[in-house]
Design a protein around this ligand. Sequence first.
Ligand code: GDP
Ligand code: MG
Length: 699
Amino acid sequence: MSKQINVALIGNPNTGKTSVFNALTGLNQKVGNYPGITVEKKEGICKLPRGVKAHIIDLPGTYSLNASSLDENVVIELLLNKNDKDFPDVAVVVSDVENLKRNLLLYTQIKDLEIPTILVINMADRMAYKGISLDLDYLEEHLKTKIALVSTRKKQGIDRLKNLIFNYKDLSIDHCVDLTEIDPTYFDNLKKAFPNQLLYKLWLVITQDVNFGKTDRNEIDAVANFKTKSKIDLKRLQQKETIKRYQFINNVLKKGQTIDIASAKDLRMKFDRILTHKIWGYAIFFIILLTIFQAIYDWSSVPMDFIDSAFAAMSEWTKTQLPQGAFTNLLSEGIIPGLGGIVIFIPQIAFLFLFISVLEESGYMSRVVFLMDRIMRRFGLSGKSIVPLISGTACAIPAIMATRNIESWKERLITILVTPFITCSARLPVYLIIISLVIPEGRFIGLGYQALTLMLLYLIGFGTAVISAYILNKVLKIKSKTFFVVEMPNYKLPLPKNVAITVLEKTKSFVFGAGKIILAISIVLWFLASYGPGENFNDAEKITKKEYANQHLSAEELHQKIESHKLEHSYIGLTGRAIEPLIRPLGYDWKIGIAIVSSFAAREVFVGTLATIYSVGSDQEETIKNRMAGEINPILGGPLFNFASGISLLLFYAFAMQCMSTLAIVKKETNSWKWPILQLTIMSSFAYMVALIAFQILK
Ligand code: GDP
Ligand code: MG
């Protein structure tokens, strides 16, 4: 077995942990979740001299070891559990040179756990600008450790950090603060009761309400609260401890750090004033959102078209080059289009995250949160939910992935759950064709009815999302600390490397996470659409040829008739027929039923499926429309697509959860099947109810 040093990167949010992590590991990293919870876990490998490797974990940002959120629990549980396979041989506490005092609190706590701890003082490039200078020797001596002064931006200090990690055995494990000084009797007694345990660790177990693995909490509790200490007393002791830590830090910094304010003061305040302004702030944000949205739409359409035709060509090629048979069909009609259905999302995901990470990196996102929080919070959402909600108009997949930036689990979950209500671009072809069929062309105060209907559908989607969020906020009983942005980070030019890694990682996590599910379901759907029971399916060609024997159809027309017959008798076709009694009260027939069932692959498939059933080429839009207009309702008579059934269908598509890719990404992001299944059932039953009511009233 090769030697591996376990390294944990710990620090306050925004100190540059992830940047240090990226600098150490480059692309040798993987992102997962901590078991059972949805806190992101990033780990990677850093190569050190002489073949030694360091296994590095980028822990969630935390202000102290006093846990108040899921993220912070992760940190404490790891640090207290020596048996955890990730238990660090050495902790690297990352601090930001501009906020040393606040950052060092966590440092002193970790140091007191007797874990060898290296202090990284990051953002060294800001020192001159802020007029800060440090006496590193003095700091190392009094903080009882080695310090790496780093600028990930200027790529400075990383080699020294690697060196310190390599030599971690030389680090001292002396404490910063002596607890017994705070309350000698109490702590001496505690020490006597558990002579083999680390005092500070005991103290953390007593004061924190987290899961500590093997440490027997009850036993400690029984001894620790003996006679003398009430809950309030303990809280007071904790406060004393914090004060003590700050005294220690202040003392060290008084000599170790000098700040010359004369050289500081910057543009930042001016920027802040505009960007969080009551009017300009919103206006600027709105313009930025529109640009992003437009970009996801426009810029991705080129690569998306390319991907689309590339996979179509690949499919065609396989079909013509490989011997005919079930396997070739599976490959050319099931697997290749299935893979295409995954790859097609990559441009949108990449562009969205390019923008998001630039916004985050630059420090602007914190201003957005500040700006939007007040409004969004009323609905149980976070200021950051606005980005997923808006991106949802392009596609729910990247939008749901974008919720990762929301720190509070509850707000994030709510955003994930309501985003699919937003009108995504896949609904557009369905809306457009139905609207053109059932909504008259007239005008109302200068606006076309058809355009108004489309706009209404967008508003309905957005409104439903917001209202559902409000309800979910009341219903969901999830304890989750709302994240307060204590201070706004400085504006910074985004580090291209950080941006690139984010984009790459999100894309990878989509392709390998949700991609598997999407591929599996598309193969199943393909199978259901291409196979059927009995001779009606198997002899489709014979039957159709016989039926149209004396009609002199062209080869093309005959082929379309055969395809239509096949689809009708395939498993999907049979499902469509089977659900007819269920959807008849909504004003639909079995053909629409088939189109709805196959829409589960992607909503826009609706039009193509109808085209196949009506045996017309799917590229002949006018013909499809004419065929649709000519359809007769088998029960009620009159046109099948009339105002009532049209509105019913529009509303059904607005609300129903008909997208397997979205379900796959929700599964991936929530780490459980519970939420996508709830989403599927609740949204679809709601859609059914609304469509039913609409049709019954309007018919
Ligand atoms: P984390 O929240 O601790 O993981 O911090 P990140 O690595 O995401 O960095 C937070 C912000 O600090 C980002 O905008 C980075 O671009 C920026 N940043 C990171 N390292 C440096 C640095 O050395 N100098 C400067 N000026 N900014 C940095
Ligand atoms: Mg980070």
